[in-house]
Ligand binder design. Structure first.
Ligand code: NAP
Length: 284
C-alpha cells in the first residue's frame, strides 16, 4: 500500500460552491503527479477563526481566501507580505512550520495579465470601474507598476472610491466619480485602458454591463474585464464591436492561481492543461 504523504490545500469563502479554484489546482497537482488534494470549504464569517484553526490542525498546507474573508483573515496571520499589506487584503495563505503567511496574488495576476500591453498603458490614462478588493489590487498595479498618468475611478459608492484614491498615495492624478455620471464616457473615450472590477455582467446576469452599450470604446484601446464567468462579458462584446482590444478575467484567474500554486508547491503551474480544463467547464 502506498504511504506517500498527501498534502492538503483549500479555498475558503462564503458562498464557495461555484469556485473554480479546486478544479484549477487539482488539475495542476494531478498533471504534475503531486500527491495533494485541494478542496472548497464553506466558511461563514462568524466561524472564520475557528474554521481556519481546525483546517490547520487537520494538516492544511495552504489556502486561498475569497469573498468575504480577504480583509478579516489578516488578523489571524503571523506575517503578511508587502503587497498584501499595501492592498489591505490577502487571497493566499501559506501554512509552514506552524506559521501562517499571507500574500495577495491578485496584484501579480493583474500585472502579469496586462504585461503584454504595458507599452500602450504606461504613462497613459486609465478608467477603473469599481472600488472593492479587486479594484484596490488593479489601482495598485496601474499606479505603482504601470505608472499611469491619470486614473479615473468610476464607482457606485463614491466615498469608497475616495478612500481608495486616498490610500494610493501617488503623484499620478487620481479622481473619483459616480459610475452613473454621463461624464464617465468622456474619460472612457480618452483612456488607453478601461478595467472593470465590478461584478456587473457576471453570470447569471450576463446581459448587464457596467457601461452603456454606446460607451465610447475605439480601436487602440484595451478593455480588461476581471469577470471570467462568462468568458466574454457583454462589456467585452461591446468593446470588440467598437474595435477595442479585449482581455478577459480568465487570464487573471490563471495567473493569480499560478502564483499561489508556486508559493505552496515551489512548482510552475502547467498553464495550458489548466486553461483547457477551466475553459471546458466555463463553456458548459
Ligand atoms: P467587491 O469587493 O465586492 O467590490 C465590488 C465593487 O463593485 C464595489 O466597488 C461595488 O460598489 C461595485 N459594484 C457592485 N455592484 C455594482 C453595481 N450593480 N453597479 C455598480 N457598481 C457595483 O468585489 P471584488 O472582490 O472587488 O470583485 C469584483 C469583481 O472582480 C467580481 O466580479 C469578481 O468575480 C472579479 N474578480 C476576478 C478575479 C479573477 O481572478 N479574474 C479575482 C478577483 C475578483 P459598492 O462599493 O457600491 O458596493
Amino acid at each position: 500500500m502506498s504511504t506517500r504523504p498527501t498534502r492538503f490545500f483549500a479555498v475558503i469563502g462564503h458562498p464557495i460552491g461555484h469556485s473554480l479554484s479546486p478544479l484549477m489546482h487539482q488539475t495542476a497537482m494531478d498533471a504534475l503527479g503531486l500527491p495533494s488534494s485541494f478542496v472548497a470549504r464553506e466558511v461563514r464569517p462568524e466561524l472564520l477563526s475557528d474554521d481556519v484553526h481546525t483546517m490547520i490542525e487537520e494538516g492544511c498546507d495552504g489556502f486561498n481566501v475569497t469573498i468575504p474573508h480577504k480583509e478579516r483573515i489578516i488578523e489571524l496571520l503571523d506575517e503578511i507580505d508587502d503587497e498584501a499589506k499595501r492592498i489591505g487584503a490577502v487571497n493566499t495563505v501559506v501554512a509552514r512550520d506552524g506559521q501562517l503567511r499571507g500574500y495577495n496574488t491578485d496584484v501579480y495576476g493583474i500585472a502579469r495579465t496586462l504585461t503584454p500591453y504595458e507599452q500602450d498603458v504606461r504613462g497613459g490614462k486609465a478608467v477603473l470601474l469599481g472600488a472593492g478588493g479587486a479594484a484596490r489590487a488593479a489601482a495598485d498595479v496601474l499606479i505603482h507598476k504601470f505608472g499611469v498618468e491619470r486614473l479615473t475611478i468610476a464607482t457606485r459608492t463614491v466615498e469608497r472610491g475616495e478612500m481608495l484614491a486616498k490610500s494610493l498615495r501617488s503623484d499620478s492624478i487620481v479622481h473619483v466619480m459616480s459610475i452613473t455620471d454621463r461624464e464617465v464616457n468622456e474619460f472612457v473615450r480618452d483612456a488607453a485602458l478601461i478595467v472593470n472590477a465590478t461584478p456587473v455582467g457576471m453570470s447569471p446576469h450576463v446581459d448587464a454591463s457596467p457601461l452603456p452599450p454606446d460607451a465610447a470604446f475605439h480601436e487602440g484601446q484595451i478593455v480588461f474585464d476581471l469577470i471570467y464567468r462568462p468568458l466574454q462579458t457583454t462589456l467585452l462584446r461591446h468593446a470588440v464591436a467598437s474595435g477595442a482590444t479585449t482581455v478577459a478575467g480568465l487570464d487573471m484567474f490563471l495567473h493569480q492561481g499560478a502564483k499561489a500554486f508556486e508559493l505552496w508547491t515551489g512548482k510552475q503551474m502547467p498553464m495550458e492543461v489548466v486553461r483547457k480544463a477551466l475553459e471546458e467547464r466555463l463553456r458548459v
